[in-house]
Ligand binder design. Structure first.
Ligand SMILES: Cc1cc2nc3c(=O)[nH]c(=O)nc-3n(C[C@H](O)[C@H](O)[C@H](O)COP(=O)(O)OP(=O)(O)OC[C@H]3O[C@@H](n4cnc5c(N)ncnc54)[C@H](O)[C@@H]3O)c2cc1C
Length: 535
């Protein structure tokens, strides 16, 4: 229309090379300063937005092979954008001009043959291959550390981005690994189907990345992990291509798919998968409940998780987290509930869950019974904050503040003690290291009949110029607490390089032996994502 300003689209917008999401969505200097003022001890002015030209990116250590050169980028911008994931420590390193080793080449294969050719070439020349989906890793999964290889190739899968087949009868689709979340759902929509896997990073992460990290979706209890949706996988390894059969279930020995789910690029390149789909939900209802007593709220959540009500969303925000997201301002914890169905109205189930929560002391917020949309104010506030949070984290990082999250899972008997210990010990460690009190909030992002996944947010003044070491020290304290409480080192953020010490302590020794043997058999030259999972 004449006179209207064109809205930016994904075709016209630029991804940030150093931080989350779109470059144009980051808070400006004034917003950064306003946020920083809320955390005592942060910088007076924001650190400048980092520029690739200040990194002094050198020439690649190797030339791309002539036959594949048309798939390879060697420019500094592309290479810098593929050097790291999107954790706080990645953002902090970029802000200080120390992103670590920049890959020499960025390759974008368009089919499986090209993936195999890239691996052959890399194997012959001792070039490390780091698979790259959306690059949203928060555990050091897409960066190369060390210098044991001649060069580093970032294998960006996003040119393989199509839904290849839809089986409407069996409700499944064959999808290429480099498909980003929004495109995947856009391609399924005309079929009335959905994968319904929504990690917070949905917009900038791929099916292959979800599979390689065993990602956890939000708005989901029950079938939460991407593993639950996999029918079969194709994986290109230096030892050949693994293709499993499409099956609804199978008891034929250990599952080949399970070997590659969570393999984080260390065993092969996932090129495509058949995944189970669902009808798109048409009935929706949501509600929030406030709790004065967090322990009563924990009991309410457990009761709902152990009932057969099966909410689509059941997450508990402690008082700090509820205040941060705008879901509550009176010191209450908030339980967010959501129900969905493609077949039947859900208000009755929502009503039962609300009653269960009330019997544990929950005070009812607005219940939306419209069956079509979420209008509960607390639910809406939480959802917008949830999506905006990564941008705000990067704004706070520019103020020298640490704003980061970590997550775990444990059985119900351990949950109260675990949450208390993390809050206390991480809080004390931050105070000791920076001289300023830190905020350590908790929410339960995923709940199960037998346990829950607590997700912690840390907001603290960093040590100016030394933010990464400060965060690493806090994370080491947190990892020790998790280990003592027999809570997993990660529920859905993957192992990568950052969680290796915790993972190595957690996994049984015979399993480590088997994993090493698998790595040796599939990747005999040790070129695939060296440093993640297993050496
Ligand atoms: C703001 C934010 C929110 C997040 N929210 C969630 C969340 O809600 N749930 C969740 O589970 N995670 C979350 N994450 C973590 C991250 O998004 C997930 O680990 C995601 O699955 C990574 O997908 P990706 O496509 O970005 O993979 P990448 O980050 O590119 O890669 C992740 C790992 O998988 C490997 N890999 C990628 N593609 C392939 C492939 N085709 N074959 C073999 N290996 C491959 C990489 O080498 C790397 O080791 C979040 C991260 C951020 C920054």
């Amino acid at each position: 229309m004449p006179g209207t300003t064109p809205q930016p689209t994904s075709a016209t917008r630029t991804r940030s090379w150093w931080g989350w999401g779109w470059a144009d969505a980051h808070p400006d200097d004034a917003e950064c300063a306003a946020m920083g003022a809320l955390i005592p001890g942060t910088l007076a002015h924001p650190l400048p937005v980092p520029r690739v030209r200040d990194l002094g990116v050198g020439r690649p250590a190797v030339e791309p092979p002539a036959s594949l050169a048309h798939l390879v980028a060697t420019g500094p911008e592309e290479r810098a954008a593929h050097a790291m994931g999107k954790a706080y420590r990645d953002v902090a390193r970029a802000l200080r001009g120390r992103p670590g080793r920049i890959p020499d080449l960025v390759a974008r294969p368009t089919d499986e043959r090209e993936v195999a050719d890239m691996l052959d070439w890399a194997g012959e020349r001792e070039v490390a291959v780091v698979p790259y989906g959306g690059g949203s890793s928060v555990s050091g999964g897409v960066e190369y550390r060390g210098d044991a290889h001649r060069a580093v190739l970032s294998l960006d899968m996003t040119a393989m981005d199509r839904v290849l087949e839809v089986d409407a009868v069996g409700r499944a689709a064959r999808i290429q690994a480099g498909t980003l979340g929004p495109s995947l759902e856009d391609q399924l929509r005309p079929h009335g189907l959905t994968l319904r896997h929504f990690p917070q990073s949905f917009e900038f992460s791929t099916l292959g990345g979800w599979l390689a990290t065993r990602a956890g979706g939000h708005y989901a209890t029950g079938r939460t992990h991407i593993d639950d949706f996999v029918q079969s996988l194709r994986v290109v390894t230096p030892a050949g291509t693994s293709a499993s059969w499409r099956l609804p279930a199978s008891g034929a020995g250990p599952s080949p798919d399970r070997l590659f789910l969570g393999s984080e690029g260390a065993l092969g390149i996932i090129t495509e998968a058949w995944v189970r789909l669902q009808a798109r939900p048409t009935h929706k209802a949501s509600a929030s409940l406030a709790f004065t007593d967090f322990h009563a709220a924990l009991a309410a959540v457990r009761a709902i998780a152990q009932s057969d009500l099966a909410p689509a969303n059941c997450r508990l925000l402690d008082a700090g987290e509820a205040a941060l997201s705008g879901a509550s301002h009176d010191g209450s914890a908030v339980l967010v509930l959501g129900f969905e169905s493609a077949d039947a109205p859900v208000t009755a189930r929502l009503g039962q869950a609300v009653e269960l929560a009330r019997s544990h002391g929950g005070r009812r917020g607005d219940v939306d019974g419209a069956e079509t949309a979420d209008t509960d104010a607390a639910v809406g506030a939480w959802r917008s904050a949830f999506l905006r949070m990564p941008y705000l984290r990067d704004g706070l990082a520019r103020m020298g503040a640490v704003a980061e999250t970590f997550e775990t899972a444990a059985t119900w008997d351990r949950i109260p003690g675990l949450i208390e210990a993390v809050r206390t010990e991480v809080g004390q460690a931050a105070l000791k290291a920076s001289g300023h009190p830190a905020t350590v909030n908790c929410r339960l992002t995923h709940v199960y009949p037998d346990g829950a996944a607590p997700y912690f947010t840390v907001l603290a003044a960093g040590r100016p110029g030394d933010e990464v070491a400060f965060w690493d020290d806090l994370k080491a304290v947190a990892s020790d607490v998790l280990h003592r409480h027999r809570a997993t080192i990660t529920h859905h953020h993957a192992v990568g390089r950052d969680h290796r010490p915790g993972y190595d302590r957690q996994r049984p020794d015979p399993f480590a032996l088997a994993l090493r043997a698998a790595k040796g058999a599939l990747d005999p030259r040790g070129i695939l994502n060296p440093g993640v999972l297993v050496d």
